[in-house]
Design a binder for this molecule. Structure first.
Ligand SMILES: CC(C)(COP(=O)(O)OP(=O)(O)OC[C@H]1O[C@@H](n2cnc3c(N)ncnc32)[C@H](O)[C@@H]1OP(=O)(O)O)[C@@H](O)C(=O)NCCC(=O)NCCS
Length: 352
C-alpha cells in the first residue's frame, strides 16, 4: 500500500486572531514512539463529547491498529509546532467490504474549529481513493441527552448521512446477581436439548468452525438500518487471528455457546475485559442461528456468560452493550439482565 508523504497545511487561525499557524500532518505507526501522543489527542477528543463513555486503553489500541490480514489500518498525527493537535485513523476491510473505508478524526477540544479536522479528513479521503475505496463509514458515539455532538455536526457538514442508530447500555456495580441467576433459570427449561458450553480466550478446536460460521452470520443478521454493508467473511483462521491479537492486547474473553443435538452451534455470546483494568467490559458478538430461535437461547447465553464474568472478575466497573434501536428482542434481553441506557452510537456513511 502506498505511504503518503507528510503534508503541510496552512490552517485558519484559532479564534480569528489572525495568527495562522502551521500544522503538519504525517503518517505514524501504532507501535512507534508517536503513538502515545496520538492516543492522548484521541482520548481528549472522545472525553469532551462523551465523558463517561467506554474507552480502549492505549496498549490495546496500539495492537488493534497494527492491522492484520482481515483489516488494514493507517494512522496520521497532526502537529502544530511541537504539540500534537489532531489524530486520524483509516480502517480498511481487506477480506470483505473491499470498497469501504472507515475514517476517524480526532482534534483536541481547545484546537477545534480551526479546520484541522477537515484537513485530516481530506488526507484520509485521498488515501482511501488511492486504494480504490468508494464509500466511507464512520461510527460516532455520544451520551444520553446529547443527540448532537461535534462529531455529528462535523459528519453532516461533510455530507455523511446517518444510516443506523444503536443504543448503548451499560451495567455498573452493584450487579443484580440474583436477577441474572433468575433469568438464567427461567430461560433454561425452554432450551431443553441444547448443551451449554463455555470457554475463556481460546475456542476449543471442536467448536471453532461452528463459531466462525455464526460470527459470519452476525454481520448481516443484526439489524443494519440503511447501512450499505456486505456479509463478513469468517473462517477459523480469522477467529484464531482475533484470539492471538486479543492475547497481545491483554484482553480476556468469556464465551458461552449453545450446541444443538446435531452438533451445530445454535447460538453464542462473548464478553471482553482487559486483564489489567476493571474499567471497561465489552459485550461483543451475540448471535442465535435463525433455525434455533424461540428457545430463549439469547437470554440464557447472555445470563450465563455475564454470571461467569462477574464470578471471575467481581471488581468490573462497566459492561457495555450496543443494539440497533429496532432490535426489540435483544433490547428486552439486555434490560432483563440489568443493562441500562447510557448513550448512543450512530453509523454515518457517504460515497467518496
Ligand atoms: C469532530 C471533530 C473532528 C472536528 O474537528 P475540527 O478541527 O473542529 O473540525 P473543523 O474545524 O474542520 O470543522 C469543520 C466543520 O465541522 C462542523 N463542526 C465541527 N465541530 C463542531 C461543533 N462542536 N459544533 C458544531 N459544528 C461543528 C462545523 O460545520 C465546522 O465548520 P465551521 O467551523 O466553519 O462552522 C472534533 O470536534 C473531534 O475530535 N470530536 C470528537 C471525535 C469525533 O466525533 N470525531 C468525528 C469524526 S470521525
Amino acid at each position: 500500500m502506498p505511504v503518503r508523504q507528510p503534508t503541510e497545511n496552512l490552517l485558519r487561525p484559532p479564534g480569528g486572531s489572525g495568527d495562522a499557524r502551521r500544522v503538519r500532518i504525517r503518517p505514524i505507526e501504532s507501535t512507534g514512539d508517536d503513538f502515545a501522543a496520538w492516543y492522548d489527542v484521541y482520548l481528549s477528543a472522545r472525553l469532551a463529547d462523551h465523558p463517561d463513555g467506554p474507552q480502549w486503553l492505549e496498549h490495546e489500541l496500539s495492537v488493534i491498529y497494527e492491522g492484520n490480514a482481515n483489516h488494514g489500518v493507517k494512522l496520521w498525527l497532526a502537529d502544530d509546532r511541537d504539540k500534537a493537535v489532531g489524530a486520524a485513523v483509516l480502517g480498511l476491510p481487506l477480506r470483505d467490504n473491499l470498497t469501504l473505508a472507515e475514517p476517524e478524526v480526532y482534534v483536541r477540544p481547545e484546537e477545534s474549529r480551526r479546520g484541522i479536522g477537515g484537513t485530516l479528513l481530506a488526507t484520509l479521503d485521498d488515501a482511501a481513493r488511492e486504494l480504490g475505496r468508494t464509500s466511507q463509514l464512520i461510527y460516532l458515539e455520544g451520551p444520553t441527552g446529547a443527540d448532537r455532538t461535534s462529531g455529528t455536526a462535523f459528519a453532516e457538514k461533510h455530507a455523511f448521512t446517518r444510516r443506523i442508530t444503536e443504543i448503548a447500555r451499560v451495567q455498573r456495580p452493584p450487579f443484580d446477581l440474583d436477577g441474572i441467576a433468575r433469568a438464567e433459570e427461567a430461560a433454561r427449561p425452554l432450551a431443553e436439548g441444547y448443551t451449554i458450553v463455555g470457554w475463556r480466550n481460546h475456542a476449543p478446536d471442536e467448536y471453532v468452525e461452528e463459531y466462525a460460521r455464526l460470527e459470519g452470520r452476525l454481520s448481516t443478521d443484526a439489524p443494519l438500518g440503511d447501512l450499505d454493508y456486505e456479509a463478513e467473511a469468517w473462517d477459523v483462521t480469522r477467529i484464531r487471528t482475533g484470539e492471538e491479537r486479543r492475547g497481545r492486547m491483554g484482553r480476556d474473553t468469556w464465551t458461552t455457546a449453545a450446541m444443538a443435538p446435531d452438533g451445530t452451534m445454535a447460538g453464542v455470546t462473548v464478553i471482553m475485559l482487559a486483564r489489567d483494568s476493571d474499567a471497561t467490559g465489552f459485550q461483543d458478538t451475540t448471535v442465535v442461528d435463525p433455525r434455533h430461535r424461540g428457545h430463549r437461547l439469547g437470554l440464557l447465553l447472555k445470563a450465563t456468560n455475564l454470571r461467569r464474568v462477574l464470578a471471575d472478575r467481581p471488581g468490573v466497573q462497566t459492561v457495555w452493550t450496543w443494539n440497533a434501536d429496532s432490535n426489540a428482542h435483544m433490547i428486552a434481553i439486555n434490560e432483563a439482565l440489568g443493562y441500562r441506557v447510557a448513550g448512543w452510537s450512530a453509523g454515518y456513511q457517504r460515497s467518496l
